[in-house]
Design a protein around this ligand. Structure first.
Ligand SMILES: Nc1ncnc2c1ncn2[C@@H]1O[C@H](COP(=O)(O)OP(=O)(O)OP(=O)(O)O)[C@@H](O)[C@H]1O
Ligand SMILES: [Mg+2]
Length: 413
């Protein structure tokens, strides 16, 4: 039997046919870039920032893209190398690659050329103070701008990572000084941790204060994405019910990457020509639980979180709306086992730092919405054992026993 290729992608940047149009967002970004503005694109994790940033820039004909990714930068030489690497990729296209290496060899500190032709800061250069290492990177950037006649967009992805690097604030200040020398070039800064990006571009004391216009990345349009997804399910003649999609969109808080995760599992596990109704939906959810259960249990039983943090996580699961909930009220404190609002804040901060939750518009969301669903479906049992939640305690049971019927009734009503 011929296996259908799974059309759902849930991890890497998507492009071409795998990319669902987000017209409103794209138009807003394009308008800024075309008028030569610098832009900060800020949004939740896995919502599609990187994919859309590339989609828009790649669609601007006649422009080159310097694609600098700060994901995983640990120090200033990583930052410098990320910039050099991105510039070299553009220079190799518009210039003789031997000349690129000649140019590189004249810079100080010295760069090393690997067998594959990549450039890196030699061991001796890595210890140099950040200004020297970054200076080489900006010489590269300047040359790239020159060789492309200024027809270039500079994209910094995961820009907020600089804040985590030693001397981060000084590095930002240094970079601001350099970037200001290119007033005609559009710089685009993309970042996922909202308050750190906010801090970089909105805090009066930050070197990047007012250096870019901010666009907050919005959730994908529910109707457009429904069409996109339904079409892909049609490869296996699976009919996705609209109300099921709406429910999926809601439990995933509209996060594109997570909706795709569900669809990828559904496409693999559902039979051809099936209807994806609520029954099938919960079956797929069960498969996701089975795949991830070990991790979920590990979080609630392991030592990464304190008992208070675990309690808080469990309590947060049903609070999706959070509108009328006084997170810091006395009752809430009692349930999670603390005696002051400050202790709740500390626990929330710890959960956020460990990336179990993230904050958006003053609300807290699970970083993994399927973990939240799992907690909801198992909460009666988890509650029963909450007092003894510790390494080795058993959390078992299935959704069928604990949450399934109640939820089905709610949904169907
Ligand atoms: N326009 C789109 N069409 C279809 N799927 C998308 C789109 N944008 C994002 N996705 C889905 O979201 C996933 C993550 O996309 P992307 O890396 O662009 O998001 P991001 O916001 O940059 O994420 P991160 O916070 O990890 O940097 C993709 O693998 C894909 O599943
Ligand atoms: Mg990204």
């Amino acid at each position: 039997m011929k296996l259908e290729k799974n059309p759902f992608i849930d991890g890497p940047v998507v492009e071409g046919d795998d990319y669902c149009q987000r017209r409103k967002m794209e138009e807003r970004i394009l308008a800024k870039l075309e008028s030569g503005h610098n832009l900060a694109l800020i949004g939740d994790r896995r919502i599609g920032k990187t994919s859309t940033a590339h989609h828009v820039i790649d669609g601007m004909r006649g422009n080159h893209k310097v694609d600098i990714d700060f994901y995983h930068v640990m120090d200033s030489s990583d930052i410098a190398e990320a910039i050099i690497d991105a510039c070299k990729r553009v220079l190799d296209k518009v210039w003789d690659s031997k000349k690129v290496l000649d140019f590189a060899s004249r810079l100080s500190p010295k760069l090393e050329v690997s067998e594959s032709g990549g450039l890196s800061l030699g061991v001796a250069a890595q210890g140099q103070e950040y200004k020297k290492t970054l200076n080489v990177a900006f010489e590269f950037l300047e040359e790239t701008i020159k060789r492309t006649n200024g027809k270039v967009i500079i994209l910094f992805d995961e820009f907020q990572a600089i804040k985590e690097v030693k001397n981060g604030d000084a590095i930002l200040k240094y970079m601001r000084g350099k970037i200001q020398k290119f007033p005609r070039i559009s710089f685009m800064y993309v970042g996922s941790i909202r308050h750190e990006m906010d801090h970089i571009f909105r805090d009066q004391t930050s070197p990047f204060y007012k250096q870019a216009e901010i666009i907050y990345f919005e959730h994908i349009e529910a109707d457009e994405f429904y069409e996109f997804i339904s079409e892909r399910f049609q490869n296996k003649k699976i009919a996705l019910k609209r109300e099921v999609y709406d429910y999926l969109y809601q439990i995933c808080y509209g996060i594109t990457g997570d909706i795709q995760t569900f669809c990828r599992v559904a496409f693999d596990s559902l039979e051809k020509s099936m209807t994806l109704d609520f029954e099938a939906f919960f079956d797929v959810l069960d498969i996701i639980y089975k795949n991830e259960q070990k991790y979920f249990k590990g979080v609630l039983e392991g030592k990464d979180l304190t008992k208070i943090q675990k309690n808080l996580l469990i309590q947060l699961a049903p609070l999706q709306a959070q509108e009328n909930i006084k997170l810091f009220g006395k009752d809430f404190q009692k349930v999670i086992g603390v005696k002051s609002p400050g202790a709740v804040t500390n626990a929330l901060n710890a959960l956020e730092k460990k990336e179990y939750v993230y904050k958006s518009d003053e609300k807290y969301f699970f970083a993994n919405p399927f973990f939240k669903e799992w907690v909801l479906d198992h909460r009666f049992l988890i509650h029963a054992t909450a007092g003894t939640l510790s390494a080795g305690s058993a959390i078992s049971g299935t959704r069928l026993d604990f949450g399934y019927r109640q939820r089905m009734i709610k949904v169907v009503k």
